[in-house]
Design a protein around this ligand. Structure first.
Ligand code: ADP
Ligand code: GLC
Length: 494
């Protein structure tokens, strides 16, 4: 697995959860899995072991030198342990931020940082003399790895015990909205010729596009829910790559993410006051009270509490919630007897608006920042979890919510549509509340509908909670689908 994030070492979003959980699930099914990520500045070297010797990586017509550290993925079982390798290069990764900082959201040298990283994957395998059958890349930062495999590395230097001649590649798209589009001035840094620039399809209106060329070159592709796999083939959701994806349709699948129930489980969550389960929900009421106190809200058990944990970015529908004079969060909190808590960080305007809303409304509280413990308490202590995403490749939080008996209020899109079943107020069926259009009134009305049901259809709400908690979003199920994709990929090579 070549990736730019993996929990618990580096995380900006669900990609990190998915990479580690999938690796562990594959290992538990008997496969030998190793993960490689950059050693960002935030990952302390103290708990890692250094591999002997420096490693040279051929880029930019010369060589960059780096160190390699290693550790085990926590949660590794004896027979299924997953080593993680960290590529340590001071110039590229010895700074705050994974892709950027609030002041510089996309580091200027990102094309070089991640070109170097993708090339280092092959040198790492040679160094440790371990040649995988499957090279699995995730999102644009590692999307050049399948390209390097196809153009050069397959016939590149052998190690003692093998080479990449038998390796095939898979690319998982976690988010089509981020593609890594940069000036083609960065292209020579890949050490590939200009003939390959055109043959492989790096070209994107005179720029180079990491994700696009990865899509063209990977043996098989997938994204993280069946519905998003369909949506991304359309112009509306394809972010200009719908054509590239339609062209690869025969090799392009949707495989729903799972959730790591060792970490996201109300029955053994260390971040909530008392564990609970479908059999005894009393711990959920305690979590609600703890959450209210934490956010300085009156600890009223019978006011519906709506939680949000999110990156504050357009993808998540935050414009329709918080944009001044337009967003619906203000009118929801003004008109309805509810409480609302938000945990998030991201775009500066939104951080500012959420903070200012907190000071103007007594029933809205925001914590700006990244807090693992609070994210668990919000999942457990809320009655509803709001996710009005513009698009959502899979979405993990709605699945965490279902597992914690918290009813998702979501837009009918991407993986949200695959995991939440809309409430039917005649029969009481469903696991959450859904709307189609991303507009402030649609969010307002759907939150209003959920609040109405909370006050007037309480038995339905309680039954929906239990129904949600019974869903099975195990990674085992998803990992089996990945294995099938790997096997198909190896077979089509043959
Ligand atoms: P995305 O990857 O698009 O952000 P997902 O729903 O797949 O969306 O995953 C988001 C993950 O990031 C979840 O595990 C969520 O709890 C976590 N997360 C997002 N923002 C924060 C935050 N401010 N503090 C703690 N966790 C956060
Ligand atoms: C991306 C998507 C999110 C998905 C996550 C993990 O960040 O935005 O929907 O759940 O990747 O695959």
């Amino acid at each position: 697995m070549a990736a730019s994030e993996a929990v618990p070492f580096a995380k900006t979003g669900g990609l990190a959860d998915a990479v580690s959980a999938l690796s562990l699930a594959l290992a538990k099914l008997g496969h030998e899995v190793r993960v490689v990520i950059p050693r960002y500045y935030s990952i302390s070297r103290d708990s890692l072991k250094k591999l002997e010797g420096a490693m040279g990586v051929p880029v930019g017509g010369g060589e960059e030198w780096c160190a390699v550290y290693t550790a085990k993925l926590p949660g590794s079982a004896k027979q299924g342990s997953v080593p993680v390798y960290f590529i340590d290069h001071e110039n590229f990764f010895g700074r705050d931020g994974i892709y950027g900082t609030p002041k510089e959201p996309d580091f200027l040298d990102n094309p070089r940082r991640f070109t170097f990283f993708c090339r280092s994957v092959f040198q790492l395998c040679r160094k440790i003399d371990w040649f995988p059958e499957i090279l699995h890349a995730h999102d644009w930062p590692s999307a050049l790895a399948p390209v390097f495999l196809k153009y050069g590395e397959k016939r590149g230097p052998r190690g003692k015990s093998g080479s990449f001649a038998g390796t095939v590649s898979v690319l998982t798209i976690h988010n089509l909205g981020y593609q890594g589009v940069y000036s083609r001035d960065n292209y020579p840094y890949t050490n590939l010729g200009w003939d390959i620039f055109h043959e492989a399809g790096f070209d994107d209106w005179n720029m180079m596009n990491f994700l696009k060329v990865g899509i063209n070159c990977a043996g098989k592709l997938n994204t993280v829910s069946p519905n998003y796999a369909l949506e991304t083939r359309t112009q509306a959701h394809g972010f200009r790559l719908d054509g590239a994806l339609r062209y690869r349709s025969a090799d392009y699948l949707g495989i729903l993410n799972g959730i790591d129930t060792a970490i996201w489980n109300p029955a053994k969550d260390p971040h909530i006051p008392r564990p609970y389960s479908a059999a005894d929900m009393s711990g959920k009421a305690e979590a609600k009270e703890a959450l209210q106190r934490k956010f300085s809200l009156p600890p009223e058990p019978d006011i519906p509490l709506i939680g949000m944990v999110t990156r504050l970015t357009g993808q998540k529908g935050v414009g329709e919630l918080f944009y001044p004079g337009y967003g619906s969060a203000w009118s929801i909190c003004r008109d309805m007897r509810v409480q609302m808590v938000l945990l998030g960080s991201g775009e500066a305007w939104c951080e500012h608006e959420a903070g200012s809303l907190s000071s103007r409304l007594s029933n809205f509280k925001a914590h700006i920042g990244y807090r693992e413990d609070l994210s668990h308490l919000i999942e457990a202590g809320s009655d509803f979890f709001l996710m009005p995403s513009r698009y959502e490749p899979c979405g993990l939080n709605q699945m965490y919510s279902l597992n914690y008996g918290t009813l998702p209020i979501v837009r009918n899109t991407g993986g949200l549509a695959d995991t939440v079943e809309n409430y039917n107020q005649d029969t009481g069926a469903g696991t959450g509340f859904m709307f189609n259009d991303l507009t402030p009134p649609a969010i307002y009305n759907t939150v209003g509908w959920a609040v109405w049901a909370y006050y007037n259809r309480r038995p339905h709400i309680e039954a929906m909670r239990l129904r949600g908690m019974k869903q099975n979003f195990s990674w085992k199920k998803s990992a089996e689908k990945y294995i099938k994709m790997y096997e198909d990929c190896l077979a089509s090579k043959a």
